[in-house]
Design a protein around this ligand. Structure first.
Ligand code: PLP
Length: 282
């Protein structure tokens, strides 16, 4: 199995983590997950642009262009014979004696990427998933796709222990996002999702979903909504790279709408699938 290390394709056994890698010690780095369908990267430019944005936000200089990264990721996918799966990539601020302040002078960042097979989960997409409501305890730069995921992890673990798929987080009474997904509601046929502020990650799938709404005349607005609105919504759905559009059928044991995936959600699932096929083939 091949991986990318600092711009070179190597085998896994050639990679090791230094105990003083700042990603390992501080979570001082950023990451992306890109979906591969039919051996093709879906919305690669959007993900790689966001990676560079995240890097900039943490003042990390990356010596790669989007074009270089994309062509090398394509090479990795080919070498690994990956048809359906994901690419995980991360960049840390590098290896340096432990000290909170940035290394001075700066050291080279450590960039790794690897692939993992993943088949489209038809089962969950059909049945929908159960969720819990959870207070959003994360920091105030959730727009950065940073390696610091403790808030997200603690929320997801609570969901897992409740036998649920996802934790829907709320801050000051407003719903922000899932622990690893964006969340939208449908009320009287209209979609509402949290605006792309510092309080959520502006998901690429969220952006694709909103574009599909626009192109297909499905009304939507990017505005915060309360937990009461969430619980009273006709439909609730998640979006994310590995889940596409996923219906939520239960929140804290209470049914969403009729307790089955709603019509608008199912329409969006179909539109999203069509978009994947359009970009990556059937
Ligand atoms: N929000 C969080 C916290 C995430 O970790 C993710 C990742 O999947 C998303 C939203 C969805 O983002 P994307 O659609 O780019 O995968």
């Amino acid at each position: 199995e091949k991986m990318i290390l600092n711009g070179k394709i190597v085998v896994r056994s050639d990679i090791s983590v230094d105990v003083e890698d700042r990603g390992y010690q501080f979570g001082d780095g950023i990451y992306e997950v890109i979906r591969v369908y039919n051996g093709r990267l879906f919305t690669a430019t959007e993900h790689l642009s966001r990676l560079l944005e995240s890097a900039k936000s943490i003042r990390l200089d990356l010596p790669f262009t989007i074009e270089d990264m994309e062509s090398q990721l394509n090479e990795l996918v080919r070498e690994n014979g990956l048809e359906f799966g994901t690419i995980y990539m991360q960049c840390t601020r590098g290896v340096s004696p432990r000290n909170h302040a940035f290394p001075a002078p700066a050291v080279n960042p450590v960039y790794v990427a690897y692939t993992k097979p993943l088949l489209h989960s038809q089962e969950l997409a059909k049945t929908g998933v159960k969720t819990i409501l959870e207070e959003d305890i994360r920091w105030l730069r959730c727009d950065i796709k940073s390696l610091n995921l403790l808030g997200n992890i603690l929320a997801k673990q609570k969901a897992a222990e409740a036998g649920c798929f996802e934790a829907l987080q709320h801050r000051d009474g407003m719903v922000t996002e899932g622990s690893s997904s964006n969340v939208s509601i449908v009320t009287d046929g209209k979609i509402k999702t949290h605006p792309a502020t510092n309080l959520i990650l502006n998901g690429i799938s969220r952006q694709v979903m909103l574009r599909l709404c626009k192109e297909n005349g499905i009304p939507y607005s990017e505005e915060p909504f309360t937990t009461d609105e969430l619980l009273a919504a006709d439909e609730v759905f998640l979006s994310g790279t590995t889940i596409e559009v996923l219906p939520v059928i239960q929140i804290d044991g209470q049914a969403v709408g009729d307790g089955i995936p709603g019509v608008v959600t199912r329409k969006l699932q179909k539109l999203f699938r069509d978009e994947v096929i359009k970009q990556c083939g059937p």
